[in-house]
Write a protein that binds this ligand. Structure first.
Ligand code: XIL
Length: 363
């Protein structure tokens, strides 16, 4: 197995509120992160919470191919640069997201690949160039890269999706190749495979099993994968998956790190503007599910970061994506902390004295 130099997590900056999520998490070497959109950095109230509470940031969309190269050869790094420099100013690590995914690709790329004006061999070249350009631009400034995102089917049994945009055209070998290129472009970045429902959220554990078997194969082939990201999008309609922690553990037993990369907990709400839960029990289920996610991470020493997919309901992707749902974040539409915020804070306070220390490097 490849040995590589690892960046040490940085201490929280002096002056950080002692009970902030980041200060508490820092005491157990856990990074607490959030997804962030560049325009949020210009909202002082939002930026203040971001700097105070979080020790890691993930650009929600700003590093996706469709955003950084809207027209072929025209690169726009404005949003990604803004997030990375905010992180540097505030002693935060950056999770890069994401290099190889079927969504949010540039229209010129999908159109060209669809009508045959971009051949498969040109597609290989474009992907190589994309990975070297983007990873190279931020070399030394990215802690984790979500190299590949969402390649497995939701069926039982689950399989690597042969109809995926990339796999259908370039074959399953496109995924390990993306990891190899990313590793060449930034040998210090830790490289992650990221997906949802890979810790029993599908009720069957089928997708977790498929990803686990694939990871074993990748590691046997010495593909430079350092970790697995479990997105962690939950819904109060469903119970917390009973094998969540064991599934994280078996990934770490392979020698990989794990991360919760996109946590949120959605529920049915009155209106996307106000996001008041329609079921009163959701007020209990919501902080409970956040707490369960965090406790699973805390119990697994190889779980090195816990990222929420936006910390404020006003910013969440949920109302636009899941009809009738919302209330998914830690802060409400007025940026007031919700019970879920205090649940995580309490978990971290307790963990300072109780949880095992993090393994910050791949074993
Ligand atoms: C979402 C963003 O939050 C939205 O702004 C965008 O319109 C669609 O993508 N899994 C992922 C994320 O890996 O990149 C997705 O983010 C949410 C699901």
């Amino acid at each position: 197995m490849m040995r590589r130099r690892r960046r040490r997590p940085r201490p929280a900056p002096t002056g950080t509120a002692p009970d902030s999520l980041r200060s508490l998490a820092d005491r157990i070497s856990l990074h607490i992160g959030t997804a962030v959109a560049p325009f949020d950095l210009d909202t002082p109230a939002h930026a203040a919470i971001l700097a105070r509470e979080f020790s890691s940031v993930t650009p929600t969309d700003a590093m996706k191919w469709g955003i950084v190269e809207p027209a072929q050869g025209t690169l726009d790094w404005s949003g990604a640069d803004a997030v990375v420099s905010f992180a540097q100013r505030n002693d935060q690590l950056v999770r890069g997201h994401t290099l190889l995914w079927h969504h949010q690709l540039p229209a010129w790329l999908t159109t060209g690949a669809g009508d045959g004006t971009i051949s498969n061999s040109q597609l290989w070249g474009l992907l190589e160039q994309h990975i070297f350009t983007e990873v190279g631009r931020y070399r030394g400034r990215i802690w984790h890269w979500d190299v590949a995102n969402e390649f497995f089917t939701d069926s039982n049994p689950s399989v690597l999706n042969r109809d995926d945009f990339w796999v259908a055209r370039l074959g399953a070998g496109v995924i390990p190749q993306a990891f190899r290129w990313a590793h060449q472009a930034d040998p210090d970045a830790l490289l992650f495979y990221n997906d949802y429902s890979i810790a029993g959220e599908d009720g069957s554990n089928a997708k977790s099993d498929a990803v686990y078997a694939w990871l074993q194969q990748m590691l046997a082939e010495e593909v430079p994968i350092d970790g697995v990201g479990n997105q962690g999008h939950l819904d109060t309609q469903y119970p917390f998956p009973p094998q969540f922690q064991q599934d994280l553990e078996r990934f770490t037993d392979l020698g990989l790190l794990v991360a919760i990369t996109e946590a949120d907990v959605r529920t049915f709400v009155d209106h996307p503007g106000t996001q008041v839960p329609t079921n009163s029990l959701a007020r209990f289920a919501h902080p409970y599910l956040y707490d369960q996610l965090m406790q699973a991470c805390l119990a697994v020493p190889g779980c090195v970061s816990f990222t929420v997919w936006g910390f404020a309901d006003g910013d969440s992707w949920v109302p636009a994506q899941f009809a009738g749902e919302g209330f998914a974040a830690l802060y409400d539409v007025s940026l007031a902390p919700k019970p879920a915020y205090y649940a995580l804070q309490q978990d971290l306070q307790l963990a300072v004295s109780g949880a095992p220390g993090r393994t910050t490097t791949r074993r």
